[in-house]
Design a protein around this ligand. Structure first.
Ligand code: SF4
Length: 430
């Protein structure tokens, strides 16, 4: 088996290299001062690769200035340009960034045109020594793929394998791949299948960027991320990780670092009884989810008992029961609360998503089992909210659109009326 590594600026990932922790700025990339400040904060927190929204040529230019400012400060952290649709932006960013993140299928509705643009990008990346991440998310596959393979882990794998073959045909190997989903089971199965398919069909394994997308915030965001990422890390899958929280991105770094440090560890075999101690509540959430979650997710475990000590205090039965509810839900075994699918926010976010998510959570706590998406932008949000039952999506200009499933049912709603109307929409439809 051949293991490929990927060089992103001064950081190399892939077989034999340490797992790298990464995150993404939620600043407007055009706000250079704010973006530099957030990159500095992320780097100080231990972030090894930083991604910024780069939706157009102006943002590419700003990214260049951010990079120059950071390098002048002695900060060499690799910067990644996050491209969603524009091939022109990707081509320009490839000359500036250390890596570009793309879904080549988004370059054009015409597959042949998308292929041609992608081949051009490979050429520029080769000339400039720029790495590429091909990132396909569950819920955003094109009809060409879903009509044959469905919107499934298999569909995700077949889609990314097509683009991977183009890279191999062009002799381009400086690559990493991701197949994210907010559904921990879909995400874990997709990465496992991709890992196996690369080995079986290519005899080569490319580095994987692993994450649970739209995991939300607070305890549930941490638990969901630890279950999805932890399941793979326990099996030796994952070369760089991003924990996506709808919070200040700096908060993602200690969670990701804990997961990195746990990678490969297996729980002591105690059947369904677990005991652990942690210095902080966050460490407890991450460790317990990593140790117990994978077996729940895969159906090897149906129930468990837990004794836990946090900062020297044993958790009460009620505290353990509350954690258990969250973990069962993150593992998709028992739904006792609403399921929130919330994007972390980025330079495209069109409102304060962190406070809005808290408002939505408070107003909708009674709707157990209902999947509610809170997404920052109308360009990518609807495609990425996957199988949500209802969605709240920022339109810009203080307006939002509400969705029932994938259908927009109320557009142009003033933001201050959005939460109330969302609650009514849910009540009227469940
Ligand atoms: S959905 Fe959220 S994270 Fe994704 S591009 Fe839009 S604002 Fe950024």
């Amino acid at each position: 088996m051949k293991y490929i590594s990927c060089k992103i600026g001064g950081v190399t990932i892939g077989h034999g290299h340490p797992i790298a922790v990464q995150s993404m700025c939620d600043t407007d990339t055009l706000d250079i001062d704010a973006s530099v400040a957030q990159c500095v904060a992320l780097q100080k927190a231990g972030c090894q690769i930083i991604r910024l929204t780069t939706q157009g040529l102006r943002q590419v230019e700003a990214l260049g200035q951010i990079k120059s400012r950071l390098r002048a400060m002695g900060i060499a952290t690799p910067l990644v340009a996050d491209i969603h649709f524009s091939a022109d932006a990707a081509l320009a960013a490839a000359r500036v960034a250390d890596k570009v993140r793309i879904n080549p299928g988004n370059f054009s509705r015409d597959h042949a045109v998308a292929m041609e643009k992608f081949a051009q990008l490979l050429q520029v990346c080769r000339e400039c020594g720029t790495a590429i991440r091909i990132g396909l998310n569950h819920g955003s596959l094109g009809e060409r793929i879903t009509s044959t393979w469905g919107d499934t882990p298999l569909g995700m794998v077949r889609a990314v394998m097509e683009w991977l073959q183009v890279c191999i045909d062009h002799d381009f190997y400086n690559l990493t791949l991701s197949l994210k989903s907010s559904n921990t089971k879909v995400m874990a199965d997709a990465y496992r299948l991709l890992h196996k398919t690369m080995a079986d069909e290519l005899g080569m394994v490319f580095p994987l960027h692993v994450g649970v997308t739209e995991a939300g915030a607070g305890d549930t965001g941490r638990i969901k991320s630890a279950v999805g990422i932890g399941t793979l890390l326990r099996e030796g899958i994952g070369d760089t990780i991003r924990v996506s929280l709808t919070e200040n991105p700096v908060n993602e770094i200690p969670v990701a670092a804990m997961l990195r440090d746990l990678a490969g560890q297996k729980p002591v075999d105690g059947g369904s009884s677990f005991a652990l101690s942690a210095a902080t509540r966050e460490e407890f959430l991450v460790k317990a989810s990593y140790m117990i979650g994978p077996d729940l997710l895969d159906g090897r475990l149906d129930d468990f008992s837990l004794k836990a000590t946090v900062a020297g205090r044993e958790l009460s039965q009620a505290e353990v029961a509350s954690f258990k509810d969250d973990l069962m839900q993150a593992c998709r075994r028992r739904f006792t609360k609403p399921e929130y699918i919330a994007c972390p926010g980025c330079g495209r976010t069109l409102y304060n998503i962190q406070s809005l998510l808290q408002q939505v959570m408070e107003a909708t706590s009674e709707f157990a089992g209902v999947k509610i998406a809170v997404m920052g932008c109308i360009v990518n949000g609807p495609g990425e909210m996957a199988d949500a039952d209802f969605g709240y999506v920022g339109e810009g200009g203080g307006r939002v659109t509400l969705y029932k499933g994938k259908t927009p049912v109320m557009r142009g709603i003033p933001q201050e009326e959005g939460v109330e109307k969302l609650v009514k929409l849910i009540k009227d439809n469940i």
